[in-house]
Design a protein around this ligand. Structure first.
Ligand code: ATP
Length: 414
């Protein structure tokens, strides 16, 4: 059977991954054999989310009624019911749920009714608390199937411990140095900061992401921290780009995330707050792309783009602009500047003699009809560029995992 749980935490505490880890212990104690556990991230733009829109799926062998009773009791004991936005959901299914429901939940939107219909059709047991919205994530976590999966080890303190986390910074940098690129986003070396622990009062001390249980276990062995109460390794869809839809500009839907190819159609500008924006055009339309201030050095790459550059962009479409996660610079356009010609007599640049009248040397009165054509050298080279670890979304695939597949339009242009 698969057991799905979601929507148990609040900004004030708890974490569904912690509740899942506790539930696994209780199931095992009751003789239900847990064979695997998955941390499934869903659409990162969902307004109902507390933090990273995570849901949990536990795979187990045993009596589903007993599992249902234990899981319900665990949710009732640990979920943050006092928070208005916490609406837990529990699903237990003995048969596979349609992968299409997961794909809809990771890249789009689902209703509570749709989740219930999926559960009814599969004969799954389910329970909703309060408005029961958690049934969406719980159902999607059970339905999730994809070949590309990564791992995360999560290390917990007691849920009532809301103090400052004590983790040795140097040990985290060592863990990264010893295991990158097989683990990622433990620290942000470029910006000298720690990425792998939250700044919210939840039970996670730190989490390390990587290719496999072996690699995250190795990285974890270097980390010195306060005494944990629990540790678990989840198989996860984090770092896989599962949220991206291949699309074109005319088909963008607010709250979904896309990968599409187009041409830069204006010069990037740095606006208020250090956010950088530019327009990109494809055969279907034009859209604004944004690299926000927290993306730090990535903005320098964006500032180096020029009109005519052919790029693939990856990011979420919200409020009529794409929030960039990474870009592929496919070709850099030549930047051609027209400057007044140099006077052959005195060597000074001429000045304009009026609209469409050519140029004239003020001193020598020499005339010139053709401008100097200057090909400006580009600082940007073709290739993939991404936001730093400190600004990366859970689902975004880091480039250290390998370059994303080349799309049809990119192939045509090569
Ligand atoms: P938690 O640790 O509790 O999982 P979170 O940041 O992951 O915290 P939730 O508190 O679970 O966020 O809130 C997300 C809510 O949105 C859940 O009720 C979940 O069922 C629902 N949800 C997730 N994805 C979708 C979707 N694609 N469409 C509609 N609802 C969704």
């Amino acid at each position: 059977m698969r057991i799905g749980i979601d929507d148990t935490d609040s900004p004030a505490g708890m974490c569904t991954t912690y509740l899942g880890a506790v539930l696994i212990c209780r199931l095992n104690e009751a003789g239900i054999n847990v064979t695997g556990q998955r941390l499934i991230r869903l659409n990162p733009n969902i307004i109902y989310k507390t933090r990273g829109n995570a849901a949990i799926c536990i795979e187990a062998d045993g009596d589903p009624d007993t599992a249902f009773r234990i899981a319900s009791a665990c949710i009732e004991e640990l979920a943050e019911f006092s928070e208005e936005k916490t609406n837990p959901g529990l699903v237990i299914s003995e048969t596979a749920l349609p992968v299409s429901f997961y794909l809809q939940a990771v890249s789009g939107f689902c209703t509570i009714e749709e989740a219930e219909a999926v559960c009814h059709a599969a004969g799954a047991r389910f329970r909703k608390w309060k408005n029961g919205r958690g049934i969406v994530g719980a159902t999607a976590a059970i339905a999730a199937e994809q070949n590309d999966m990564t791992a995360e080890i999560l290390v917990y303190r007691a849920p009532n411990d809301k103090g400052v986390r004590t983790v040795d910074k140097d040990s985290l940098f060592r863990a990264e140095a010893e295991t990158f690129p097989h683990t990622w986003d433990t620290v942000d070396t470029e910006n000298d900061c720690i990425v792998c622990f939250p700044h919210t009062p939840d039970p996670v001390i730190f989490g390390i992401r990587g290719e496999s249980p072996e690699w995250v276990t190795k990285a974890r062995s270097y980390v010195l921290s306060q005494e944990p109460v629990l540790e678990i390794i989840y198989s996860t869809n984090q770092g896989t780009d599962a949220h991206l839809i291949d699309g074109e500009i005319a088909s963008l839907v607010d709250g979904c995330s896309y990968r599409f190819t187009g041409t830069v159609s204006d010069t990037p500008k740095t606006g208020c707050g250090g956010h950088v924006s530019f327009l990109v055009t494809d055969s279907s339309g034009e859209v604004r792309c944004m690299a926000y201030e927290p993306t730090k050095g990535f903005r320098d790459i964006i500032r180096a783009l020029a009109p005519g550059d052919l790029i693939t962009v990856c990011g979420s479409y919200k409020n009529e602009s794409i929030n960039l996660e990474k870009i592929h610079v496919i070709t850099c356009a030549e930047i051609i500047l027209h400057r007044p010609p140099v006077c052959p007599t005195c060597g000074k640049r001429m000045t304009s003699d009026g609209a469409d009248k050519g140029w004239k040397c003020r001193r020598c009165k020499t005339r010139g009809d053709e401008p100097d054509i200057i090909r400006e050298s580009r600082t940007l080279s073709p290739g993939w560029y991404e936001v730093p670890p400190s600004a990366r979304r859970h689902l975004a695939k880091p480039l250290c995992r390998g370059l994303p597949p080349i799309g049809r339009k990119e192939r045509q242009s090569e």
